[in-house]
Every structure is written in structure tokens, then in C-alpha cells.
Write a protein that binds this ligand. Structure first.
Ligand code: ATP
Ligand code: MG
Length: 803
């Protein structure tokens, strides 16, 4: 081509076009449009020269351009001079500008000559350079997330080193000044060296970026996934004509109207909606706001049970009584207490500040009483378990600035209830922990405090919610680990467990009908006789409540279903007779008996005594053992003992030594060791209540006299030999009865506690109320010790804790 001629100049912004490569361009600036128009008249040739500064100005001056550009051919062209062009430029050769001139209409024209590549003549070296270029390029391609297999194939087929450098230079992610430098470099070898260096940097950069990306995407992955799914869902809905995007905000507005917001909440909701509207739908925060708005809309700000029924003031106490009566057998005093509670609420027409606390072993009906109350009041029932809650945020929620923040359990449960006055059961408040994050008990106090809970603030919700109409009921297995301030707020109702007769009733009238309907059985198909139920109660369960019994009955039903169905299939005649379960069926379904009647079948060697213990699971009997061996008068204790119990053992030993010394004068205390063992139970037994048992055990071992295994005892002793009252009498006595005990020794001052024990249990046991160690030894071992009457003055502490 004639280099003496001037060629139209096409200024390039922020890019460099290398010879051998192609570049699609949009031509809009009038100066450029003019250049392209002129080129069409002159062989489709233009000189593409990069601007030194990336300016968007309409008219580029000669001084704004580099000295070296690329002579190009316009390969394809679309559009026209008025609207602009779209062209595909192909670089032909590097072009050094010698002269450049501006026309009166502002268009630029350049004159110059091609810049020839300087290629070394060393063929082996060129090949080595090409090879390392290719290796580097392939490595970079591997690090790119997109599918690069085609491009990589293309690269491997290239044999021209000069072209390869240009292809790489134009595709590397480097600033355009750097590209310009490479364009101006005539030596191919120099270009290769610069490029190898740049590729190395790019490789490291890509690798680091990849790692960061991976970490990030792992974190953001879930959020992104959700927002992508949400987008897709929206598209699908739009396709189905169920909604259209803009309408979404209108829908929120409509929901706001229905939600019955208080004024301040409405304001917050509208503000958040405004933020949402201003935000692009791609922002991950939109879904945080949507979640929040959805919660606001879903909460029962003004929805209550009163729409359906009446207020507390209209409560029909008779009907409530009937509901409680129908749902639960027995529990008379408890039902009475509940009704009193409801009567007070009716009178005040509010349940403010009154919280019931049901305490008792598992499976005694705490939860189901709560459900019953909800039914009686015509309100929704919701539960929130506090077991294992250690962080107050679980109650009060996390601030929305946290990733994955959620409202606390209280607000979640209220949302689930859909009404702002449900019966809310706070289960397991005794299992609440205390973490370093804050004290959940104090958060709970805020929930329950009538002064504060009309404006409860959940951190996530961030606006006040009125909890004052909620009817709170708490449950616990034991009072011991409930913080005092919480306990002060509540009205404690203790449920202690059922006797065998009560369990039989509950099984027949409640548990079996429930299981039958669960399994689709009828009384015409399956009968479980009383003796079978009694056997299950005695030999397969050992519990204060009826949870395990319920499970066992379910197992019996399940294993019978097949038989019922089978007999129906094989003959009509047979199915008319109901199946009556017998002992074999029970053994087949439940396995062999799990609990032998421990006491009845027990031998009674000297040194073994039956004690009574209290645990959060109800009462329990336990066998305390003592043994003598040659030694130096030391006392060894093993088993599950707390500190208090160790002291009881010391006291018992001292008492025995002082009382029995006269009885067996030749006994050498200094030459014998005594070992007392309290067998492991479910929980460590702390607290003073095994004093009399240890006293009797040690005395029995020393004298070689056995104690009737059907005699059980509980009580504490003082060093002076007085027997002190202990707690948990009701549970202990019921447990004794359950285990086949016939006679029980109690402290005289515990006599009053027997009034809580069911008549049926009381009348089948013989009680001895004792005041001193002397009485105990006489009754248990038939030993008359010195009749020292111990003082039971006020100085002797009363044991309050049960063990
Ligand atoms: N007196 C009763 N009359 C009828 N059914 C009862 C009675 N007591 C308990 N039940 C039934 O026993 C089952 C277990 O009771 P529930 O779940 O209320 O126990 P809980 O005291 O809440 O135990 P936990 O402490 O383990 O939560 C329920 O199906 C309940 O209906
Ligand atoms: Mg429960």
C-alpha cells in the first residue's frame, strides 16, 4: 500500500488493537464516523491509534494519540453515517506515524510506515520461547472459570511466535498503556520475555482470586442460591400470570392494611418497603428486608381468640371444669387449683401477671394439662422449649444486622399461633443454661413481667409487641435449678406421679383409646385385659408418669394390628371374636420383663437396707450396703454420693459406735474398716435424707442381723440421734408402694406430708413415725439401745432439701 498517502485515523479508547487480531467496535463519535465513511472510499483502510488518555470527548486531537498504531481493514460494516456504524476491524500491521493532520471538519489523517518485527534467527530458541508461551497460556486458561477448551485448542495449533505474542497481548488482562508498550516493541524476543512475566503475574492473581472466590461463594452460596431461586420463582409466577413484578410492592401495601399494625409499626413497615423499592432486585439485602416484612405482616398484631369466643370475663367456669375433667383422670387438687386460677382471671377479666408453673416428673401430664387449659379457654396452644437455651438471643432474637438473624423463640411461637393471646407453654424452664452471651433467665423475666411485657422488644423485630394477653404456663421437672426471681413470678403447682391404680385408669380411659384411634383399632377387634395392663405397668415400666406406659401400649397395638388384619383376611368368623391379649403376647411384643419385682424377690443379707430417694424423675428405692473388713477403723464410701451424704455417713457411724458400744462390748472398732456403698442411680443423690438408712445399714452389718427388705426408710439424723424430716415424701412413698414395700419408717415431723399421698397407697402401707435413732434401730433390727432421749430443740436444723 502506498504509505505516502494519508489514511483516515480511528482513535481507540482504552484498548489497543494488535495486528492479526480482530476487534468489533461501535462507532458513534462524529469524528470516528467520518473516518469510517472516508475509509470506505479508500480501500477500507484505517489506522487505529489508541488515545493516551481515556477521554470521551467528541474531538480527539493529534496530540492525544500515541505515535504507533495499527493499520487495519474494516472487514464488516453495518449502519450508516447518520446513526453510526458497527464494524469489525482486523489488524494488518503495526504502523508508525510520521505525520498527522487535522481536516477543517475535525477528522484526522495520518501518514507513516509499517513497523517490521525484529525476529532472531535462532530457530531452536524461537521454538523454546513459543513452547513456554503456550504452557503459560494454557495454565492461565485452566484457572479461568469459563469453558476455555476451544480457545486452548486454537492456541496449541499456532506456529507463528510473533502472532502468538500479539494474540496473548491482546487477551491478557493488563492496562492499555502496557498493551501499547507491547505494540511498540519490535523485537519478538523482548515481547515474549515481557509477556512471560506478565502471564506469571496473572496466573498468581487468578489463583488467589479463585481461592477468595471459593471462600466467598461458600459463604454467600446459600444466600445467593436463595435469591436465585426466588428470582426464578418470580419468573415462573409471572409466566403463569400469577403476579407481575411491580405488583409485588402493592401486595405488601395491601397486606399492611390487613395486618392491623399499630401506628409505629406501620411507619417502620412503610419505611422498609420504601428501601426495598429503591433497591435493585439483585441485591442480596432485598431478601433480608422481605423476610422482615413477611414477619411483620404475619404477626397477630390485632388478631386474637376473642373474635371467635368471648373475653376471659365471659369464661364459663363449669365448662372449663368439664373440659379439664374429660381430658385428665384424677389430679383433683391440681384441677381445683387451675380452676381457681381461671376464676381469678375471669374476675379481673385479664390474666396479667399470673403464670402457672407445673412441676413434676416426665409423663405426668404437664404438657397435656396446658393443652386442656387452652381448649377450656378457646385459645390457641403453642409451645416453646427452653431446654438447652443458653443465650438470651434465643429468647429475644438477633439484631437484623447479623447474617442469618432470626426472631427469638417467643416471637416465633406467637407468629405460629397466629393470635396474640394464645396459651403459651414454656417447657423445661429448669433446663435453661447460662452462657457467656447473656442470661436467658433475665430475658425471660422481661417476657413474663406484666410491667414490661406489654411492650416486649425482640431484637430482630425491633418494634414493640404486646405480650400482655398471652396466657403463660411454664413446666419443669424440678424446682431446684429455676432462678429465684423467675420462681417468684409463678404460681407453683406440683404433680407428683401416679399410683398403679391411677395408671390403670389412665391407661384404660385415655391412653388406650388414644392409641386405638391412632392405629385404627376398635374395642371389637382388640382387648387388653386389666391384668395385662397391670403386668405392663409393673414389669415393663418404672416411672412416676405414664409416658413409658403410653409407649408400651403403642407397641402392643402396633404388634396386634397385623394379627387383627390377618384374621380378617383368613376368615370372617374369626374376626368377630376380639383378640384378647395374654401374657405371651405381651412377652412377644415387649420382650422379657424388664423390672423384676425387686423387693419381693430379694434375699436379705445383713448390711443391706432399703432406702427411699427423690429424683426429678419421681421417687425411687435404693439399696444401701455396708461391709466389714479387717482394718484400722476407717470409713470408705463409694457410689453416687454428694457431700451431704458423706457427712450423713460419718454421723451414722459415730452414732452407731456410741449407741452400740455397750451392746457389743467386745467389738473392736479400731481393727475393722467399714465400707458403705450407695448404688448408682440415674442422678447423683445429694441432700440429706439417707441418714437413717446408713445408720441402719452400718448397725446391721456390725450386729449381723438382717433387715426385712420390705421395710424402707427415709430421714436424716443428727449427731445427737434425733431423726429429722425430709422432703419428697409423697414421691418416695408412692415409689415404695410401687416396688412392693410393705412398711415405711418416716420422721415424726413428716407425718403431715402423708395427706398428699393417695389413700390407696397410704392404706396398703404400714408407717412408723420415729423421733430418734433408738426408735429406728428398734424397729429395723429389734435392738434396744440405751434409752438416751435425744434433744430435739430448736437448734437442730430442719432439712429442707429432698434427696
Ligand atoms: N391424668 C391423666 N389423664 C389422662 N392422660 C394423662 C394423664 N396424665 C398424663 N396423661 C397422658 O400422658 C401423656 C404424657 O403426658 P405429658 O406429655 O403431658 O407429660 P409431661 O408432664 O409434659 O412430661 P414431660 O416433663 O416429659 O414434658 C400424654 O399423652 C397425656 O395425655
Ligand atoms: Mg411436657
Amino acid at each position: 500500500m502506498d504509505t505516502m498517502n494519508f489514511i483516515p485515523v480511528l482513535p481507540l479508547r482504552d484498548t489497543v488493537l494488535f495486528p492479526g487480531t480482530a476487534l468489533p467496535l461501535k462507532i458513534a463519535r462524529s469524528q470516528s464516523v467520518e473516518a469510517v465513511t472516508q475509509a470506505q472510499k479508500a480501500n477500507q483502510r484505517v489506522v487505529a491509534i489508541s488515545q493516551k488518555i481515556n477521554s470521551n470527548s467528541e474531538s480527539v486531537r493529534a496530540a492525544d494519540l500515541y505515535q504507533v498504531g495499527t493499520l487495519c481493514k474494516i472487514e464488516k460494516i453495518r449502519g450508516n453515517a447518520t446513526d453510526g456504524y458497527q464494524i469489525l476491524l482486523r489488524g494488518l500491521e503495526t504502523f508508525r506515524i510520521e505525520d498527522i493532520k487535522e481536516n477543517e471538519n475535525g477528522s484526522l489523517w495520518a501518514q507513516g510506515h509499517p513497523l517490521q518485527d525484529v525476529v532472531e534467527n535462532d530457530k531452536a530458541m524461537n521454538e523454546a520461547l513459543l513452547k513456554s508461551m503456550k504452557t503459560s497460556a494454557q495454565e492461565i486458561l485452566e484457572h479461568l472459570p469459563a469453558d476455555t477448551s476451544q480457545f486452548s485448542e486454537l492456541l496449541s495449533g499456532i506456529g507463528d511466535l510473533s502472532f502468538f505474542t500479539r494474540l496473548v497481548a491482546s487477551n491478557l488482562e493488563i492496562p492499555s498503556e502496557k498493551k501499547q508498550e507491547l505494540l511498540e516493541m519490535a523485537s519478538v524476543r523482548d515481547r515474549v520475555l515481557v509477556l512471560l512475566d506478565l502471564m506469571q503475574k496473572q496466573k498468581v492473581d487468578l489463583k488467589v482470586r479463585g481461592e477468595i472466590q471459593e471462600k466467598l461463594s461458600r459463604r454467600v452460596g446459600k444466600m445467593q442460591r436463595e435469591s436465585i431461586l426466588r428470582e426464578q420463582l418470580k419468573t415462573i409466577k409471572e409466566e403463569l400470570g400469577e403476579t407481575d413484578g411491580a405488583n409485588d410492592f402493592e401486595k405488601y401495601r395491601a397486606k399492611f392494611e390487613e395486618a392491623g399494625f399499630p401506628e409505629d409499626v406501620k411507619k417502620v413497615a412503610l419505611e422498609e418497603l420504601k428501601r426495598l423499592e429503591a433497591m435493585g432486585s439483585a441485591s442480596p439485602e432485598t431478601h433480608v428486608i422481605r423476610n422482615y416484612l413477611d414477619l411483620l405482616v404475619a404477626l397477630p398484631w390485632s388478631k386474637s381468640s376473642q373474635e371467635a369466643g368471648g373475653t376471659l370475663g365471659d369464661l364459663d367456669l363449669e365448662e372449663a371444669r368439664a373440659t379439664l375433667q374429660k381430658d385428665h383422670y384424677g389430679l383433683d387438687t391440681i384441677k381445683k387449683r387451675i380452676l381457681q386460677h381461671l376464676a381469678v382471671a375471669k374476675l379481673k377479666n385479664s390474666n396479667r401477671g399470673q403464670i402457672l408453673l407445673f412441676v413434676g416428673p416426665p409423663g405426668v401430664g404437664k404438657t397435656s394439662l396446658g393443652q386442656s387449659i387452652a381448649r377450656a379457654l378457646g385459645r390457641k396452644f403453642v409451645r416453646g422449649s427452653l431446654g438447652g437455651v443458653r443465650d438470651d438471643a434465643e429468647i429475644r432474637g438477633h439484631r437484623r444486622t447479623y447474617i442469618g438473624a432470626m426472631p427469638g423463640r417467643i416471637i416465633q411461637a406467637i407468629k405460629k399461633a397466629g393470635q396474640n393471646d394464645p396459651v403459651f407453654m414454656l417447657d423445661e424452664i429448669d433446663k435453661m443454661g447460662r452462657g457467656f452471651q447473656g442470661d436467658p433467665a433475665s430475658a425471660l423475666l422481661e417476657v413474663l413481667d406484666p410491667e414490661q411485657n406489654s411492650a416486649f422488644l425482640d431484637h430482630y423485630l425491633d418494634v414493640h409487641f404486646d405480650l400482655s394477653k398471652v396466657f403463660f404456663i411454664a413446666t419443669a421437672n424440678s424446682l431446684e435449678s429455676i432462678p429465684g426471681p423467675l420462681l417468684d413470678r409463678m404460681e407453683i403447682i406440683e404433680l407428683s406421679g401416679y399410683t398403679t391404680a391411677e395408671k390403670l385408669h389412665i391407661a384404660k380411659n385415655h391412653l388406650i383409646p388414644k392409641q386405638f384411634s391412632e392405629f385404627g383399632l376398635t374395642a371389637e377387634q382388640l382387648q387388653i385385659p386389666d391384668e395385662i395392663l397391670l403386668r405392663v405397668i409393673h414389669a415393663y415400666t418404672r416411672e412416676a408418669g405414664v409416658r413409658d406406659l403410653q409407649r408400651k401400649i403403642a407397641t402392643l397395638c402396633r404388634s396386634s394390628v397385623e394379627r387383627v388384619l390377618g384374621e380378617k383376611v383368613h376368615g370372617e368368623a374369626k374376626s368377630e371374636n376380639p383378640i384378647r391379649l395374654d401374657l405371651n403376647d405381651v412377652e412377644e411384643a415387649l420382650g422379657s420383663e424388664r423390672f423384676v419385682h425387686e423387693v419381693a424377690e430379694r434375699l436379705s443379707p445383713p448390711g443391706v437396707v432399703t432406702g427411699l430417694a427423690w429424683t426429678p424423675q419421681g421417687g425411687e428405692i435404693l439399696f444401701v450396703e455396708a461391709n466389714l473388713m479387717p482394718g484400722k477403723g476407717q470409713l470408705t464410701l463409694t457410689g453416687q454420693l454428694g457431700d451431704v451424704m458423706k457427712e450423713s455417713a460419718q454421723i451414722a457411724l459415730s452414732l452407731v459406735r456410741s449407741r452400740l458400744a455397750s451392746l457389743i462390748p467386745d467389738f473392736e472398732f479400731d481393727r475393722k474398716d467399714i465400707h458403705v456403698h450407695v448404688p448408682a442411680g440415674a442422678i447423683p443423690k445429694d441432700g440429706p435424707s439417707a441418714g437413717v438408712t446408713m445408720l441402719t445399714t452400718i448397725a446391721s452389718a456390725l450386729t449381723g442381723r438382717s433387715v426385712n427388705p420390705k421395710l424402707a426408710m427415709t430421714g436424716e439424723i443428727t449427731l445427737r440421734g434425733a431423726v429429722m424430716p425430709v422432703g419428697g415424701i409423697k414421691e418416695k412413698v408412692i415409689a415404695a408402694h410401687r416396688s412392693g414395700i410393705e412398711r415405711v419408717i418416716l420422721a415424726k415431723r413428716n407425718q403431715k406430708d402423708l395427706k398428699d399421698v393417695p389413700e390407696e397407697v397410704r392404706s396398703s402401707l404400714k408407717f412408723d413415725f420415729v423421733e430418734s435413732a433408738t426408735d429406728v434401730l428398734r424397729i429395723a433390727l429389734g435392738i434396744e439401745t440405751d434409752q438416751i432421749v435425744p434433744s430435739t430443740g430448736p437448734a437442730e436444723p430442719t432439712s429442707k432439701r429432698a434427696s
